[in-house]
Write a protein that binds this ligand. Structure first.
Ligand code: C6P
Length: 404
């Protein structure tokens, strides 16, 4: 059982008013809010030990380096990663995917096939299109069924000797549906293919054990798990990371540089060219401490309660249609009401203090699949309440009445 009142007191932004109403923040799939503990950590870094890391012998640099590396260890433990050298700090989930796709010519050759799902975010489509164009490979798509689940029968038929990489998200940001990633990974491996799982929507909402999942690469976004923006994680199996060439060159990713030849540093530094987001990395450690203190199992159970309640309540609105109305999903509800435009509804509920996302959610192929211009998306986090859902539903009903 979560002490929601106590948890909400940690998030200063939840006290603010928007358009004269108490803020109801239901855009957690876009970015989570930050507890005071994370905000304080950023201020502490710049106030007390701002220095570049891995470079200086002076005290500040060593303090900052120690804290940054402590965060790497926290990430390792949080996702049950075997070794800290498999934790690559990036600028975000998009960067993590691009870091793999840009070097994936090591795994994908001319004539090969890369399988993506129909519910991918643009950041897990475009880098693979660029790769396939570069090497002369072809993209194949796992279709999505009417209920938002992937068409697994077709997936198994798509796999063949030419399949070099399989790339899917753990949870769809546009529908909230949890994909059967373990089955997808195991089947890909049986065909000798590499796998990347986009964990942007799963990190911070469920316990993730990368070793149990057995994906070759897994990507996460710090800002979706109560950490700051500008920091992400790329996990990889050690062999996979060793085989992947770095796509950014620069300081700190090298072993020796001469004009004749450069050799690269070992993991994780090979993929961390330049000065990283030091404050972001350290604050992500504080976010992980915070989530651990509450407990990921309790967070997942409570968010599922919000999902069930929110789904029931949204269905009371005449004409409401939910996309991805299945049980195995995150607390993300994507819906429309009759033929009303999602943007119009989103604008009106914003005037009533309710923040939802409207539009294609950077997943245009999903919208095309369901033949809609976009959806309204309400996405909950563990600091939200059923009372807030009630207020949202009243606001939605008001918007529908005004527009009908
Ligand atoms: N989805 C959303 O509102 P970045 O922007 O790099 O942190 O993450 C990109 C990304 C990749 N994959 C999935 C499944 C995602 O949901 C996102 C980000 C946000 O749905 C912002 S577009």
């Amino acid at each position: 059982m979560l002490d929601i009142k106590k948890i909400r007191a940690d998030f200063p932004i939840l006290n603010r008013k928007v358009n004269g109403h108490s803020l109801i923040y239901f855009d957690n799939a876009a970015t989570s809010q930050k507890p005071q503990q994370v905000i304080d950590k950023i201020v502490e870094y710049y106030t007390l030990y701002n220095a570049n890391i891995h470079r200086g012998v002076h005290a500040l640099s060593q303090e900052a380096t120690d804290l940054f590396e402590e965060s790497r260890e926290k990430v390792r433990a949080f996702f049950n990663i075997a070794h800290t050298k498999q934790v690559i700090f990036t600028s975000g989930n998009t960067h993590s995917i691009n870091a793999v796709a840009n070097g994936a010519h090591a795994f994908v050759k001319k004539g090969d096939e890369v399988i993506l799902s129909a519910v991918e975010h643009h950041s897990n489509i475009v880098p693979w299109q660029m790769l396939c164009e570069r090497v002369g490979a072809t993209i194949k798509i796992i279709p999505v069924l009417d209920n938002g689940e992937l068409d697994m029968a077709t997936y198994h038929q798509l796999l063949n000797a030419k399949t070099a990489f399989v790339v899917v998200n753990h949870i769809s940001n546009a529908l909230g549906v949890t994909n059967p990633v373990k089955e997808i990974i195991d089947a890909a491996h049986q065909h000798g293919a590499m796998t990347l799982i986009d964990g942007a929507q799963s990190c911070g909402h469920m316990k993730i054990d990368v070793q149990a999942l057995n994906a070759d690469f897994y990507t996460m976004a710090g800002h979706k798990m109560c950490g700051p923006t500008g920091i992400g994680i790329l996990y990889g199996k050690e062999d996979a990371l060793n085989a992947l060439p770095p796509y950014q060159g620069g300081g700190e990713m090298i072993d020796q540089v001469s004009f004749e030849k450069t050799t690269y540093a070992g993991l994780p530094h090979k993929f961390e060219a330049g000065t990283p987001n030091i404050a972001g990395g350290i604050a992500l450690g504080a976010a992980i401490d915070y989530l651990n203190e509450i407990g990921m199992d309790d967070i997942a159970a409570y968010e599922n309660e919000l999902l069930i309640y929110g789904t029931e309540q949204i269905k009371t609105i005449p004409g409401a249609k939910i996309y991805g109305d299945v049980t195995d999903k995150a607390a993300v509800i994507s819906f429309n009401v009759a033929s009303l435009h999602p943007y119009d509804i989103g604008t009106i509920v914003d005037k009533l203090g309710v923040a939802v996302r409207t539009g294609h959610h950077c997943a245009q192929p999903v919208m095309e699949r369901y033949q809609v211009p976009g959806t309204i998306r309400a996405s909950f986090a563990f600091y939200n309440t059923k009372e807030e859902i009630d207020v949202m539903v009243q606001a939605l009903q008001r918007a529908v009445n005004m527009l009908s």
